[in-house]
Design a protein around this ligand. Structure first.
Ligand code: ZN
Length: 196
């Protein structure tokens, strides 16, 4: 390995989300020191994923086959689709382990400014799936941003009258203290209050 090889690796690592040049340098140094334990297995795993990773043709999740493990899992409930913006959101929902239905990944949000319309977001495929998979409830688990909420309203308009439409509750996070929350979160939490 010449020092150019090392610099090249550091430059590439620095492009990863959450890593800057400084963390990339530390990570590369760590990898080189743990060559057998970490660097070689990591390199093998990356080569493998570079060949096998693909987008699920049905839901847009990232997996290693044309139909992802979640879509292929017969034990998951049919009838409910949880709509998310990004694969990372789907994985976050799965980590929570409470939703046992189907997913649909939009791949972003509607944005007139960036020229992103319904076609770019697999919204037509969602509308098709609602019919072809006999969906009764669509859960809009989109981010609580302006674009996320605009997208949720657009989808709700498209599916109006065909299914039950729900969205995630917004409000006080688990372990959250009122004093630290912004006014938008507090007012959303108050509007979504429930009996105890
Ligand atoms: Zn899938």
């Amino acid at each position: 390995m010449s020092s150019n090889d090392l610099e090249n690796l550091i430059d590439l690592m620095a492009r990863l989300p959450g890593l800057g040049p400084r963390s990339a340098r530390r990570a590369v140094l760590h990898l080189v020191r743990k060559r057998a334990l970490l660097l070689t297995p990591l390199s093998d795993a990356m080569q493998q994923v570079a060949v096998t990773a693909r987008e699920c043709l049905n839901c847009g999740n990232i997996g290693t086959s044309d139909i992802c493990d979640l879509c292929a899992d017969d034990t998951r409930a049919t009838g409910e689709i949880c709509v998310v913006e990004d694969v990372a959101d789907l994985w976050a929902m799965e980590r929570a382990g409470v939703f046992k239905g189907r997913y649909h990944v939009l791949g972003g949000t509607l944005s007139a400014l960036d020229g992103i319309g319904p076609e770019e977001l697999s919204i037509p495929r969602l509308v098709d799936r609602v019919t072809s998979e006999a969906i009764t409830e669509v859960i809009l688990a989109l981010n609580a941003t302006v674009d996320g909420q605009t997208t949720a309203h657009y989808i709700a308009d498209q599916l109006e009258g065909q299914v039950r439409l729900t969205s995630l509750a917004q409000g006080v996070p688990i372990g959250g203290e009122l004093d630290y929350l912004d006014e938008g979160t507090i007012s959303a939490a108050l509007r979504a209050r429930k009996s105890i």
